[in-house]
Design a protein around this ligand. Structure first.
Ligand code: NAP
Length: 248
């Protein structure tokens, strides 16, 4: 049985990394997938073709999640093309790491806008159709860093912690309408975002994780399937760590 058969999902930032992994696993589970990207048009097109070949409907949209009107236009376009929206995954995110002493105002603002304001933009935009449908699942990609903090990532950690507060508030606000909102806190997931890191540092991280490995995009995608499907019908307002036991 496919767990997401016929459901329509919007996934932000799916041209690579975790988002791309979620899009593929969602398509395998029978979901129709609308996804966004910022500038990677070529990989977005390749993903769109790969997903459509699985027999579901898929389309990539260039859309800046940090822009309020872009987010609303995206949602209108997706409803026109796909008919409805059942699942929203706020996955788009960036890092601009630095010690506070060296962190510029611009780098603070950018990270908050792309990681946190985007969640407000997209959730507000999908709210109307989910209220009308009297159902929906919103999944926000936070981070273990948002739960415990991290030196050199004050902007990123603040954005990810902010997502958790937003998630819990929306769960409280929209629960009576059968709209659920949960967050995922991935630990160290091996993607392009983490490939920029020093190999020795990465080795040390793997060793410190109880399961002795970095996670894969599929590890995160599988939890998204759970949260997007009826399997989690009584789960809302939660933060689920997908971190190999890192925060234990
Ligand atoms: P990634 O490989 O760098 O991919 C980021 C994705 O977001 C890309 O598809 C990118 O599009 C898109 N994006 C960036 N800015 C955007 C914007 N303004 N509007 C729309 N899309 C935008 O990142 P990742 O490692 O897969 O991470 C995905 C999410 O998981 C992020 O929120 C990240 O903070 C979170 N996370 C990651 C890890 C990890 O270990 N990797 C751990 C915890 C949390 P383009 O390709 O067009 O640039």
């Amino acid at each position: 049985m496919k767990l997401l058969e016929g459901k329509v999902a919007i996934i932000t930032g799916a041209s690579r990394g975790i988002g791309s992994g979620i899009a593929k696993v969602f398509a395998q589970q029978g979901a129709n997938v609308a996804f966004t990207y910022s500038s990677s048009a070529e990989s977005a097109m390749a993903l769109e073709n790969e997903l459509n070949a699985l027999g579901i409907k898929a389309k990539g949209y260039q859309s800046n999640a940090a822009d309020f009107s872009d987010a609303h236009k995206l949602v209108d376009d997706v409803i026109a093309e796909f008919g409805t929206i059942d699942i929203l995954i706020n996955n788009a995110g960036i890092t601009k790491d630095n010690l506070l002493m060296r962190m510029s105002e611009e780098d603070f603002d950018k990270v908050i806008e792309i990681n946190l304001k985007s969640v407000f933009n997209m959730t507000k935009a999908v709210q109307k159709i989910m209220l009308k449908n009297r159902k929906g699942s919103i999944i926000n990609m936070s981070s273990v860093v948002g739960v415990k903090g991290n030196a050199g990532q004050a902007n990123y950690a603040a954005s990810k912690a902010g997502m958790i507060g937003f998630t819990k508030s929306i769960a409280l606000e929209l629960g009576s309408r059968n709209i659920r909102c949960n967050a995922i806190a991935p630990g160290f997931i091996e993607t392009e975002m983490t490939a920029k890191l020093n190999e020795d540092v990465v080795k040390g991280w793997r060793e410190a994780i109880p399961l002795k490995r970095g996670g894969s995009p599929e590890d995160v995608a599988n939890v998204c399937v759970f949260l997007g499907s009826e399997m989690s019908a009584y789960v809302t307002g939660q933060v689920i760590n997908v971190d190999g036991g890192m925060l234990t």
